[in-house]
Design a protein. Structure first.
Length: 389
């Protein structure tokens, strides 16, 4: 059970640098944590850890807006509560919620939580905390949170646009709440666009990062350097992705994930998938087969076939039918169950083989998936501080 004190605890790092103003991101609440530039964070020897490293807790966010989810809001909230309860079997969960929704979130998430689900009063707009929350970096005896300057996936003025001012401020506020120092990244992006092996290699899609809707005027090389600096990365493996066909412009966490250093899980679209996503899979596979990681290793690829979309009840155009958007908690892998019995079973077997020290737990999340995301999109891990040297 985590007993880390909140609010009164000073951050484990003190940088003392002033942040670049966040006016473009909307009004942020006052921060109790210090802020550093990305360069100072990297200079401190911090690096984005593997998700399989030990966690202190998992962060989630209570779905806030009926204007976004319409008639699906109740179902999505049930899914979020179920995911939170499942994670709480393995580690503590912290749920962000708007002030007027805290009581409901506590009621829905409270009973039966093993490690506990704490609901905190931090305003948010949607549930995708992977994208708008902090991305953590660690070093010997230290942890900090990277604020990746969430801008609503760059969708202002498009059919995908939705409110994001509260989400844009949430990383800063959350880090202050838990006394963790904040590093402001030198790029705009989301946590779902960042996948690492914990040993200095990062996977990302060009479509989601080298895009004028996030990083106008920046070349691929400039974006890459900014990502390396903020996250302590030695090598970035780019895959093409696909822009403009979903709200994220093809995040890597629905496509390819590190199982371990040198080992990658690759999403393979199932029967009934749109041909354009089959093409993305094929391009990604070619790119990964020709790549080497930061330590010069070729990548071993395990394919994770998706379900038959024709077997999914209520699966619309935006429905994310990716098992690869799984989440690794302490000793567990949470993966969607889509209702295609054969494919669900294959996914379970592949993941259990890939993570032999973890318990694979399948969760039905059709409400969440209807919005184009999954379990990984709805969670963010707070890593444990590595031992000091």
């Amino acid at each position: 059970m985590d007993t880390t004190p909140r609010m009164s605890r000073r951050g484990v790092l003190r940088f003392g640098a002033a942040a670049v103003p966040l006016a473009a991101l909307g009004t942020a609440l006052p921060s109790l944590a210090s802020t550093a530039s990305a360069a100072e964070g990297a200079a401190g020897g911090l690096r984005m850890p593997a998700e399989t490293d030990r966690h202190v807790r998992t962060y989630m966010a209570w779905p806030a807006l009926a204007s976004v989810w319409e008639n699906n809001l109740a179902a999505v909230r049930r899914d979020i509560a179920e995911v939170a309860h499942t994670i709480s079997r393995f580690e503590p969960v912290v749920m962000l919620a708007r002030p007027g929704q805290v009581a409901e979130a506590r009621y829905e998430c409270g009973p039966g939580a093993y490690h506990g689900i704490e609901v905190v009063d931090i305003p948010n707009d949607d549930l995708w905390i992977r994208d708008f929350g902090p991305t953590f970096v660690v070093g010997p005896g230290a942890v900090a949170g990277v604020d990746t300057n969430f801008n609503g996936w760059g969708k202002t003025g498009t059919p995908y646009a939705q409110p994001f001012a509260n989400d844009a401020a949430a990383a800063r506020t959350l880090l202050a709440e838990y006394g963790v120092d904040r590093i402001r990244a030198g790029f705009v992006g989301e946590g779902g666009s960042l996948e690492t092996d914990g040993e200095g290699t990062l996977l990302a899609t060009v479509s989601s990062m080298v895009n004028a809707n996030r990083n106008p005027g920046m070349s691929q090389g400039q974006v890459e350097q900014a990502m390396k600096t903020a996250l302590g990365i030695d090598k970035l493996i780019w895959v093409p992705g696909l822009a403009g066909q979903d709200i994220t412009d093809c995040h890597i966490d629905c496509l390819a994930r590190f199982i371990a250093p040198g080992k990658v899980m690759l999403d393979k679209p199932g029967p009934g998938a749109d041909p354009k996503w089959v093409a993305v899979y094929e391009e990604t596979r070619r790119a990964l087969l020709s790549a080497t990681d930061a330590r010069g290793r070729s990548l071993v690829i395990t394919e994770l076939p998706g379900p038959d979309r024709r077997e999914i009840v209520g699966g619309g155009k935006e429905f994310l039918s990716s098992y690869t958007n799984y989440y690794t908690a302490n000793g567990a892998v949470l993966v969607p169950r889509f209702g295609d019995g054969y494919a669900d079973g294959v996914a379970y077997a592949i993941l259990q083989g890939a993570y032999p020290g973890h318990q694979v737990v399948q969760v039905t999340i059709n409400g969440i998936a209807s919005g184009g995301g999954g379990i990984h999109c709805a969670t963010q891990s707070h890593p444990a501080v590595p031992p000091a040297l």
